[in-house]
Design a protein around this ligand. Structure first.
Ligand SMILES: Nc1ncnc2c1ncn2[C@@H]1O[C@H](COP(=O)(O)OP(=O)(O)OP(=O)(O)O)[C@@H](O)[C@H]1O
Ligand SMILES: [Mg+2]
Length: 367
C-alpha cells in the first residue's frame, strides 16, 4: 500500500480550508495587512483578494507547498512561519492516523486469518464428531446382531430344545444369558447415545401415569435390592399424568433407580417419590410432575457432579472399579427428560447420599 505521506504534499488535503482562513485572518489582525494563500499552481486557497498576486514560494522538505501573497513583507514572514507550523502539526497528525490505520489493518488481517483457522478447526471437529457418532451407531448395530443370536441359542439350549440339560449346564447357561443381556444393554445404550447425539429422535406422545411407570420399574429392581438388603420405598402424591414417550420415560426412571441401588452400600435406603411440583429448582411457578429418587449411597463430590451427565463419564473410571456400566445412563436420561421439556438435577455430597430430580411439564401448565 502506498504511504499517503509519500509524494508531494498537498496543502489543501493536509490542512482544512477553515484553518488556512484562520491563519490569514490572524496575520491580517496581527500585522494589519491582508494576506492570501495559494497552492503551488497559483489556485487561491484562503485569504483576501486584496492581498495581490502570489509573491513568495513556500517549500516543505524541498517540495513546493504553497504561494503567499501580501503587500506587507512582515505579513508574508508571519504567514510563512505560521504555515510552517501548521503543516508540521498536520503532518504529524496524519502520520499518527496512518500508523494507527496501518496497525488496525494488520490486526484485522490477523483476526480474519485466525477466524478462518478456527472455522476450519470447528468444521473438522464437527466432521469428526459426526464420524464418531456414525461409527458408534454402526458398530453397536453390528455387535447387536450376533449377540441376539448368542442369546437366542442359549435360550434354546436352556429350554432343552437340543436335549436334556444338567443342573450345572443350566447354571452356566443362566450366567451366559445374564452377561449377554448386560452386554446387550450396554450396546443399546451406546446406540441410543449415538442417535441422541445426532438429534433427539422423535418422541411418541401419549397420556401416561408417571406413578404407574415408576411402580412397575420399582418392582423390577426390588428383588436385586432386597438381596443387598436395600429397601426401596415408593411414595406417590396427587395427579401424576404426563404426556410423553413411555419407552423413554421408562428409561429415565430405570436409569435413576439403577444408579440409586448400584451406588448405595448394602443395608442402605432408596426412596422414590412421584408428585406434582415445580419444573426446575429455580422456578416456583411452572407446574410439572416430579420424580425424586434419593439414596443413602456414596454421593458425588462437587467437582465431579458437573460431569456426570456427560457421555461415558464415571466418577470411578479405573479398571478395578467396583461398579459396572458404561457411563451413559444419565446422558440418556438428561437427553430424554429435556426432549420432553423437563429438567434433571441432583443434590448430593460425598458420603451423604444423592437426590436426583427429573421433572416432566404438565401439558397446559407453563413450561
Ligand atoms: N446415585 C448415585 N450415587 C453416586 N454416584 C452416582 C449416582 N448416580 C450416578 N453416579 C455417578 O455418575 C456416573 C454416571 O452415571 P451413569 O448412570 O451415566 O453411568 P453408569 O451408571 O456408570 O453406567 P450406565 O448407567 O451406563 O450403566 C456414575 O458412574 C457414578 O459415578
Ligand atoms: Mg447408570
Amino acid at each position: 500500500m502506498s504511504h499517503p505521506l509519500d509524494g508531494p504534499i498537498e496543502l489543501a488535503r493536509l490542512v482544512p480550508a477553515g484553518e488556512l482562513e484562520e491563519l490569514a485572518a490572524a496575520v491580517e489582525q496581527a500585522v494589519g495587512a491582508a494576506v492570501a494563500i495559494f497552492d503551488p499552481r497559483g489556485r487561491r486557497l484562503a485569504g483576501s483578494e486584496h492581498a495581490g498576486a502570489p509573491c513568495r514560494d513556500i517549500d516543505h522538505d524541498g517540495e513546493p507547498l504553497a504561494k503567499l501573497a501580501s503587500r506587507s513583507p512582515a505579513a508574508l514572514d508571519l504567514a510563512a512561519q505560521m504555515l510552517g507550523l501548521l503543516t508540521h502539526h498536520a503532518n504529524a497528525r496524519e502520520l499518527a492516523a496512518t500508523t494507527h490505520e496501518e496497525a488496525m489493518r494488520i490486526t484485522f488481517a490477523e483476526l480474519t486469518e485466525q477466524n478462518q483457522r478456527l472455522q476450519r478447526a470447528v468444521a473438522r471437529l464437527e466432521e469428526l464428531d459426526r464420524l464418531k457418532s456414525n461409527f458408534l451407531a454402526t458398530m453397536s448395530h453390528e455387535l447387536r446382531t450376533p449377540l441376539t443370536s448368542v442369546i437366542g441359542y442359549a435360550e434354546m439350549l436352556a429350554e432343552g430344545l437340543a436335549g436334556p440339560v444338567s443342573t450345572d449346564q443350566r447354571e452356566y447357561l443362566g450366567t451366559i444369558l445374564s452377561k449377554a443381556d448386560q452386554l446387550l444393554g450396554m450396546i443399546t445404550s451406546v446406540l441410543d447415545v449415538a442417535s441422541v447425539e445426532s438429534g433427539v429422535p422423535p418422541l411418541e406422545r401419549a397420556s401416561l401415569s408417571l406413578t404407574d411407570i415408576v411402580a412397575s420399574e420399582v418392582a423390577l429392581f426390588t428383588a436385586a435390592a432386597r438381596k443387598r438388603e436395600i429397601a426401596i420405598q415408593l411414595e406417590t402424591r396427587g395427579d401424576t399424568i404426563v404426556v410423553g414417550d413411555r419407552k423413554k420415560i421408562r428409561q429415565v426412571v430405570s436409569s435413576l433407580l439403577s444408579n440409586a441401588v448400584k451406588f448405595t452400600p448394602d443395608h442402605g435406603k432408596v426412596g422414590v417419590c412421584v408428585k406434582p411440583g415445580p419444573l426446575s429448582p429455580h422456578d416456583g411457578n411452572a407446574r410439572a410432575v416430579q420424580l425424586v429418587v434419593s439414596d443413602s449411597g456414596i454421593g458425588i463430590s462437587r467437582e465431579q457432579v458437573s460431569k456426570i451427565f456427560e457421555p461415558f463419564f464415571q466418577v470411578d473410571s479405573s479398571s478395578t472399579r467396583a461398579f459396572g456400566g458404561t457411563g451413559l445412563g444419565l446422558t440418556l436420561a438428561k437427553a430424554y427428560v429435556e426432549a420432553h421439556g423437563g429438567r434433571i438435577w441432583v443434590d448430593t455430597s460425598p458420603g451423604q447420599g444423592s437426590t436426583f430430580v427429573a421433572t416432566f411439564p404438565i401439558v397446559g401448565g407453563s413450561a
